[in-house]
Design a binder for this molecule. Structure first.
Ligand code: ITT
Length: 222
């Protein structure tokens, strides 16, 4: 089975592939970077939405314009309570690099005490199917993981804000804990697991439809 993933973020690609591998033995997950250059250069997804869902759909549609099949896109963000849930949908654009983004958050809440440093990661996965040039309506899946902001950058695993995030109940940041502790239970992992359940149901429906077409053509033959 082939799934197209509308993202240019290598960290997301890695995690989504890990999650898909847990459910499908034969999945091939192609992201924007895997497409031939002549197609890749036509991928433009300007994130002008005001919600995660709008941005996820913009990305999914941008890729579905260039290919047929199952297309997934994901928009996510880091929301810090003490910053009125900023940076939120602007998480990727909050500062130029991952490290600078983490430092900017730490600086912005440097005087906020530990018990008021709540934060959460949020993800929205959009799924569309493109067949014979037609895009299906989108289906959305959401995931959220609550926790708190660390006092300093801790660990080098993961990407983005992972080194400053302690998921609730844990005493290692995602930067320290490593991939196994994060991937399936993260905001992305939770949203993707819902998307996978939907995909499995969708594929089984497709097989049934194909079988019923086969058996009706046998009966009209015979
Ligand atoms: P695409 O749009 O190409 O998918 P992006 O990085 O721009 O890549 P988003 O617009 O969804 O993706 O921005 C999400 C940002 O939120 C991401 O760049 C990180 O800074 C942060 N983020 C999301 N999920 C994260 C995670 O699991 N760990 C750390 N930071 C994360």
């Amino acid at each position: 089975m082939k799934i197209f993933l509308a993202t240019e973020n290598a960290g997301k690609v890695h995690e989504v592939r890990e999650i898909l591998k847990q459910s499908f033995a034969d999945v091939e997950c192609l992201c924007v970077a895997d497409l031939p250059a002549s197609i890749r250069e036509k991928y433009h997804a300007e994130e002008t939405g005001t919600t995660y869902a709008e941005n996820a759909l913009i990305k999914a549609r941008a890729l579905a314009r260039l290919t047929d099949g199952f297309v997934l896109a994901e928009d996510s963000g880091f929301e810090v309570e003490a910053l009125s849930r900023a940076p939120g949908i602007f998480s990727a654009r909050y500062a130029p690099t991952d490290r600078e983004r983490c430092e900017k958050i730490l600086h912005a809440i440097k005087n906020v005490p530990a018990h008021q440093r709540q934060a959460q990661f949020v993800a929205c996965v959009a799924f569309i199917e493109k067949r014979k040039g037609m895009q299906s309506p989108p289906v959305y899946f959401f995931g959220r993981r609550v926790g708190r902001v660390a006092d300093a950058i801790r660990g080098t695993n993961g990407f983005g804000y992972d080194p400053i995030f302690y998921p609730e109940g844990e005493n290692l940041t995602w930067g320290e804990a490593g991939e196994k502790a994060k991937v399936l239970v993260s905001h992305r992992g939770l949203a993707m697991r819902l998307a996978i359940q939907y995909l499995i149901a969708r594929m089984s429906q497709e097989h049934k439809e194909a079988d019923s077409i086969k058996s009706s053509s046998y009966s009209s033959d015979g």
